[in-house]
Design a protein around this ligand. Structure first.
Ligand SMILES: NC(=O)c1ccc[n+]([C@@H]2O[C@H](COP(=O)([O-])OP(=O)(O)OC[C@H]3O[C@@H](n4cnc5c(N)ncnc54)[C@H](OP(=O)(O)O)[C@@H]3O)[C@@H](O)[C@H]2O)c1
Length: 484
């Protein structure tokens, strides 16, 4: 694993590379963490002069690096590692040029990062193999989305697996690169305090929210065919759910952690035509205001008039049928043009059997709140005595912050830095295994089939709110409210 490695990025001129991958690689280089990494070979379809490419990367780094990260000296050494070669996915010519470039270097190991349309992944892998570029020390990173249903996901996985073994395949879900998601493992399995109470005896419900305040922006074509369920729940929300709900793994080895996540996904109760009405809500944003600015509705945004069947919001009441979680609803929701951008997990504990306190109608509960973005913090909501002489024993909520200042800043590193570093070092813990992704699709496909069978309507919501009223009702029928 210590051999030097060349990283080849397909889609090296695209939006993801510009905003995330190249800044993350610059940061790893700046912090001296990219030790194994020899060269970065970016590719796109156009022939580009290396100096022009460097100039454009430099200007993009200025735009997308966190404040205070730029250094001319670091750039000088980073630039020397950064090459460019033109490759059109379907044409053999570019792969031969890539082969020559790789042979000129001294790095025996190769990591191919596929940040292009997923429909090209199979072709790229096959061309890499045909050109003799896949050696015994080669691996591949696949960006999301992996298909739009189980069948298309399987097809991509099949094509990739003809060239790369599963232990050389890294499927990205950038939520797994977030510090607080990893911290959840430390919190759960490092503290005897939480483990005995992490079950249906003590936990009343779990809420996972991934809220965006933006609309579909320039991704309308993709989004109109995808919708919130496929775009967000299939990957980010189910990955987070599986880490919250998993059993303690046998060890911290990737296989042991991924085995436990996989068991959770297999225990998800299917949502079918019989229960989809009580278990899901679909929504679509209408005109409204976000951050004081008037915004159009999804259908009015140029070009999406045909997208009447696409949801931009989804809320789900999921159940995990196993001994630990039977009877505990996992409420999931995600949407666009909501009131603010944030992602969080809320573990709400059960109420006490009765309350001794006069001012407490037994509505205040203990909660563990894990904020994933914009800040990455964890807080425990407890109840304390209201201070003062005038109040005898009356309760008030108090938040205990469980993360230190460096974590609270949330900008200590980007998820892509963590994930690129792990892929470079061959650590698969924070990447999705094939069976996880396919099991998640299986569960999602059943919901989509149920929506189609029942003609489940898409409810409108005003931009700048937290989704349709039906989302409030989804939890209210259980005597609960979304934590906001
Ligand atoms: N952007 C994000 O924030 C984001 C987030 C999560 C996942 N992703 C995923 O990451 C991937 C890339 O997204 P993106 O937003 O960066 O897309 P993008 O801006 O459209 O860039 C696409 C890249 O692919 C290259 N490309 C297109 N067709 C090609 C072909 N036939 N052969 C070789 N290269 C080709 C383009 O190169 P040229 O145009 O220079 O030829 C460009 O570098 C997609 O799978 C997307 O779903 C993106």
């Amino acid at each position: 694993m210590s051999a030097q490695l060349d990283l080849v990025i397909f889609g090296g001129t695209g939006d993801l590379s510009t905003r995330k991958l190249l800044p993350a690689l610059f940061q790893l280089h700046r912090h001296g963490l990219a030790g194994r990494l020899h060269r970065i070979v970016a590719s796109g379809r156009s022939e580009l002069d290396l100096e022009d490419f460097h100039a454009s990367v430099k200007s993009n780094l200025h735009a997308f690096l966190p404040a205070g990260s730029w250094s001319e000296e670091v750039w000088d050494t980073f630039r020397q590692r950064l090459c460019y070669t033109a490759i059109n996915a379907g044409s053999a010519e570019g792969y031969h040029a890539l082969g020559k470039l790789l042979d000129e270097g001294e790095a025996p190991a190769r990591l191919f990062y596929l940040a292009t349309l997923p429909s090209l992944y199979g072709e790229i892998c096959q061309q890499l193999q045909a050109a003799g570029l896949v050696n015994g020390d080669s691996s591949v990173v696949l960006e999301k989305p992996l298909g739009h249903d189980l069948a298309s996901c399987r097809e991509i996985n099949e094509q990739v697996s003809r060239v790369f073994a599963e232990n050389a395949t890294f499927r990205i879900d950038h939520y797994l690169g977030k510090e607080t998601v990893q911290n959840l493992l430390a919190l759960r399995f490092g503290n005897p305090l939480f483990q005995p109470m992490w079950n249906n005896t003590f936990v009343s419900n779990v809420q996972i929210t991934v809220a965006e305040d933006i609309g579909v922006e320039g991704r309308g074509d993709y989004y109109a065919k995808t919708g919130a369920l496929r775009d967000m729940v299939q990957n980010h929300l189910l990955q987070v759910l599986s880490i919250v709900a998993m059993e303690p793994p046998a060890s911290l080895k990737p296989t042991d952690i991924r085995d436990e996540k996989m068991k959770v996904l297999r225990c998800l109760e299917p949502i079918t035509a019989a229960n989809v009405k009580e278990r899901t809500v679909r929504g679509r944003y209408d005109a409204g205001a976000v951050d004081g600015k008037a915004v159009k509705g999804f259908l009015e945004e140029a070009g999406y008039q045909d997208a009447e069947g696409t949801e931009t919001f989804v809320a789900i009441k999921a159940s995990i049928n196993n001994w630990r979680w039977a009877g505990v609803p996992f409420y999931l929701r995600t949407g666009k043009r909501l009131s603010r951008r944030y992602s969080e997990i809320v573990i709400e504990y059960r109420r006490q059997p009765f309350s001794l306190f006069a001012n407490d109608p037994n509505e205040l509960t203990n909660k563990l709140v894990i904020h994933l973005q914009p800040e990455e913090t964890i807080s425990l909501h407890t109840l304390n005595k209201k201070p003062g002489l005038t109040h005898r024993l009356r309760l008030q909520p108090v938040e205990l912050h469980l993360t230190d200042d460096s974590q609270a800043r949330g900008d200590s590193y980007d998820a892509y830095e963590r994930l690129l570093l792990d892929a470079i070092n061959g650590d698969q813990t924070l990447f999705m295994r094939r069976d996880e992704v396919e099991t998640a699709w299986h569960w999602i496909d059943s919901i989509i089939a149920a929506w189609e069978e029942n003609g489940t309507p898409i409810k409108k919501y005003i931009s700048g709110t937290m989704g349709p009223n039906a989302s409030t009702a989804l939890v209210a029928v259980d005597g609960r409210a979304w934590y906001e």
